[in-house]
Design a protein around this ligand. Structure first.
Ligand code: AMP
Ligand code: MG
Length: 325
C-alpha cells in the first residue's frame, strides 16, 4: 500500500470516506497525531491494534466533535459536562461508563470508554465529515515515540495506511490528560497539559493516581511507552557534562536534551533544545527524542525539581525507563 500525505479539502473528504468504509487514516490533533478508525466498527479497531502492534487490552480513546455526540457512546455525568465546559475542545480525555454500542475491541473489553474532544481544526472537521466517533491512539508503532508531525507518522507507518492528513506540528505535543470519572473521586490517570489542580478547581476534588499500576484502572500505564531507538539516560543538571564525557569515552556519540538555559552553559556539547519553558518542553520533547535517534545515546536533563515540568517529566521518565547517569 502506498501512503499519501495530504492537506487539502479533498484529502480530508477522502479520509472521511476511508473511515466510513472501515479503513484507517492518520490525522493531526493538538496533542499528537492519531491513528483513526471508526470506533463503532470492531474490525476497524482490530486494524488499529494490528497496524501499531499494540496489545489488545490497552483501550483506545474515542474522539468526538461536540458535547452532544457523547450521548451516542457513553453515560455522561455532571462532572463530565463541567470539565467539557472548562477545557473542551482541548487536551482532556474523560473515562465514562460506556453504552453497549461501543464494541469490546475499542475499550479492551471494559464497561467504560475514554472520550476526548480535540481542538485541532482538521481533527474536528474530519470527525464531522466522517459522521462517526473516531477511535485513535497515537499514530506510532507501539512503544515508539508519539508523532507530532505528519513525517513522524510516515516514518513509523509508511506502507501500512493509505493516508496521513498533514495539519502541521501538534501544538501541545504530549498526549491528553486522562481523568477517570467513574470512581468515587476524579482521578488523573495520565498527566498532561491540563493539571489535576486545574481539574480540582472545577470539580472541587481530583488527584493524580498514586496507587499500584493495576490493570483495571489504567491499562496503558503498565506498558513501556515513548521509547526512542537509542539508549536514553536521565541526569541531574550538575551531572550532565560528566555523563556526556563518560559516554563519549565509551565510544558513543551522545546528545544532550535540555532546556535552552542549560544548553547555553554547555556550548561544546551536541544538544537538542527543549526551549525556554514547560510548554515549549511539552511541544518539543517527542521531536527531540526522535532527533536523538541520529546519535548513539541521549542524556536528558532531569527537570523534576520544577513543578511545571511534571507532565513533560512523566514522558521523559518513560523514555529513560529508570536509566540514570
Ligand atoms: P494512547 O495510548 O495515547 O492511545 O491512550 C490510551 C490510553 O487511555 C490507554 O493506554 C489507557 O491507559 C487509557 N484508557 C483508554 N480507555 C480507557 C478506559 N476505558 N479505562 C481506563 N483507561 C483507559
Ligand atoms: Mg500512544
Amino acid at each position: 500500500m502506498t501512503t499519501k500525505i495530504g492537506d487539502t479539502k479533498q484529502d480530508l473528504l477522502q479520509a472521511a470516506t476511508l473511515l466510513r468504509e472501515g479503513s484507517l487514516v492518520a490525522f493531526p490533533t493538538e496533542t499528537v497525531y492519531g491513528l483513526g478508525g471508526n470506533a463503532l466498527d470492531r474490525e476497524a479497531s482490530r486494524k488499529i491494534y494490528a497496524v501499531k502492534g499494540r496489545p489488545s487490552d490497552n483501550p483506545l480513546i474515542v474522539h468526538l466533535a461536540k458535547w452532544e455526540d457523547v450521548y451516542s457512546i457513553a453515560y455522561p455525568t455532571k462532572q463530565a459536562k463541567a470539565l467539557y465546559d472548562a477545557f473542551c475542545p482541548g487536551p482532556l480525555t474523560m473515562i465514562l461508563k460506556k453504552l453497549p454500542i461501543v464494541p469490546d475491541e475499542t475499550t479492551g473489553g471494559r464497561d467504560t470508554v475514554a472520550v476526548r474532544f480535540p481542538s485541532h481544526p482538521v481533527a474536528r472537521a474530519l470527525i464531522e465529515a466522517a459522521g462517526v466517533p473516531i477511535a485513535a491512539p497515537s499514530a506510532n508503532v507501539s512503544k515508539h515515540v508519539s508523532p507530532t508531525t505528519a513525517w513522524h507518522v510516515y516514518n513509523d507507518l509508511e506502507g501500512k495506511i493509505p493516508l496521513i492528513l498533514d495539519g502541521g506540528a501538534s501544538d501541545v505535543g504530549i498526549e491528553s490528560t486522562i481523568v477517570d470519572l467513574t470512581g468515587d473521586e476524579p482521578t488523573v490517570l495520565r498527566p498532561g497539559d491540563i493539571t489535576a489542580e486545574e481539574i480540582k478547581a472545577v470539580l472541587g476534588s481530583a488527584d493524580y493516581y498514586h496507587g499500584e499500576i493495576k490493570e483495571a484502572l489504567a491499562p496503558g500505564m503498565k506498558y513501556k511507552h515513548y521509547s526512542p531507538r537509542v539508549p536514553c539516560y536521565l541526569a541531574k543538571r550538575e551531572s550532565l557534562e560528566s555523563a556526556y564525557e563518560s559516554l563519549k569515552a565509551q565510544g558513543t556519540t551522545p546528545v544532550l536534551i535540555a532546556t535552552a538555559e542549560t544548553i547555553d552553559l554547555h556550548p561544546a556539547l551536541n544538544a537538542i533544545s527543549l526551549g525556554r519553558d514547560a510548554r515549549d518542553a511539552q511541544h518539543r520533547i517527542y521531536g527531540a527524542l526522535r532527533e536523538a535517534e541520529k546519535f548513539g545515546a541521549a542524556i536528558i536533563e532531569d527537570l523534576s525539581d520544577r513543578k511545571e515540568y511534571f507532565a513533560a517529566m512523566d514522558r521523559i521518565k518513560k523514555a529513560t525507563g529508570g536509566n540514570v547517569l
